[in-house]
Design a protein around this ligand. Structure first.
Ligand SMILES: [Fe+2]
Ligand SMILES: [Fe+2]
Length: 274
C-alpha cells in the first residue's frame, strides 16, 4: 500500500438494489441516443471485464504480505463482483430492448480468453492496472462534474454514481499489488496503450450498434456525440491530462487526490449495508 493512499480508506462493497425500470427507457440519458448508448456500451464491457480484473489480482493474492493491502484486495474483489452482477442485470434490460449484446460480449470474451492463455500473470495484471486507471479517471470526472450524467433516469444515474464511487475507492489496489509483485513500468505503459485502443474500439462499436438498431445513426448524431466526447469541453478531452500521468515514471493513482470528493459522495450512499 502506498503512503499516498488515504489513511482511513475503507474499501467495502455496498449491497445495492437499483430497481432498474423495466423496460429500460430506450434513451434514458437526457433523451439523447448517443449519450445513452455511450454509457450502455461501457456497461456491456463490465461483467466480463470485471471478472477478469478479479482473476488477475487473485492470482497474486498469496504473495501479498502487507495486511492493509490484503484487506484492500478483499474489498476490491467484493466491489468488482457486485458491479459485475449489477451490470449483468442492466445488460439484460438492453437485451430486452433488442440490442445484440451477445455479439458485443463475444468479442470481449474471446480477447480475454486469449490474454489469459497467452500472457504471463504479470501482464494480465498490468492490463487490469491500466483499465483501472481508465475507470478511475472517468469516475472522478463523473463525480466531480455532475453534468456528464445529468438528465439521466434517476436509477441509472445512481447506478453510475455508485460504480464511480467504488472505482475511486479501490483505484490503487491493482496498482499496489502490481508494484509489489512485478513493478515493471514498461509493461504497464504497453498495457495502457493496448487497453486504450481496445476500450475506445469496443465503446465505439457498441455505441454504433445500438444507434443503428434504433435507426438513430446519422452523421449529425455521430458528429454531435463525438463533439460531446472530444470537443474542447468534451468528456474525454477533460481526461487527457489525468490519462497521460499514468505514463510518468513515479505515477501513483492517489497522486490524483480526490479523497474529499469521494468522502462526500460516500455520504449519499450511507445506510447501504456492506
Ligand atoms: Fe467496477
Ligand atoms: Fe475497478
Amino acid at each position: 500500500m502506498s503512503s499516498l493512499t488515504p489513511a482511513n480508506l475503507s474499501i467495502r462493497p455496498r449491497h445495492m438494489d437499483f430497481d432498474l425500470p423495466n423496460p429500460l427507457p430506450r434513451h434514458w440519458h437526457s433523451n439523447d441516443p448517443f449519450k445513452t448508448h455511450f454509457f450502455n456500451a461501457m456497461s456491456v464491457l463490465f461483467p466480463d471485464g470485471e471478472r477478469y480484473f478479479i482473476e488477475s489480482v487473485r492470482q497474486f493474492r498469496d504473495q501479498v504480505t502487507d495486511p492493509a493491502l490484503k484487506e484492500q484486495i478483499r474489498g476490491f474483489i467484493g466491489q468488482e463482483g457486485h458491479h459485475s452482477r449489477e451490470h449483468v442485470e442492466y445488460n439484460n434490460r438492453l437485451r430486452d430492448l433488442g440490442y445484440d449484446i451477445d455479439r458485443l460480449e463475444i468479442t470481449v470474451k474471446k480477447r480475454i480468453r486469449f490474454v489469459q492463455k497467452q500472457f504471463s500473470a504479470e501482464r494480465q495484471l498490468a492490463g487490469t492496472v491500466a483499465m483501472e486507471h481508465f475507470t478511475a479517471i472517468m469516475a472522478n470526472a463523473m463525480l466531480r462534474d455532475p453534468q456528464w450524467i445529468q438528465g439521466a433516469t434517476p436509477q441509472l444515474r445512481q447506478l453510475w454514481r455508485w460504480h464511480a464511487l467504488e472505482e475511486t475507492e479501490h483505484k490503487a489496489v491493482a496498482f499496489d499489488v502490481y508494484m509489489q509483485v512485478c513493478g515493471d513500468r514498461s509493461i504497464l505503459r504497453k498495457a495502457m496503450r493496448q487497453a486504450t485502443f481496445f476500450f475506445l474500439k469496443d465503446v465505439t462499436v457498441g455505441t454504433w450498434h445500438m444507434l443503428r438498431k434504433d435507426g438513430a445513426l446519422s452523421v449529425k448524431t455521430w458528429c454531435k456525440g463525438m463533439y460531446w466526447l472530444w470537443g474542447p469541453q468534451g468528456f474525454f478531452s477533460h481526461l487527457i491530462s489525468d490519462y497521460r500521468d499514468f505514463y510518468k515514471e513515479d505515477f501513483h493513482p492517489w497522486q490524483h487526490d480526490n479523497a474529499q470528493l469521494m468522502a462526500s459522495v460516500a455520504e449519499e450512499f450511507q445506510g447501504h449495508p456492506a
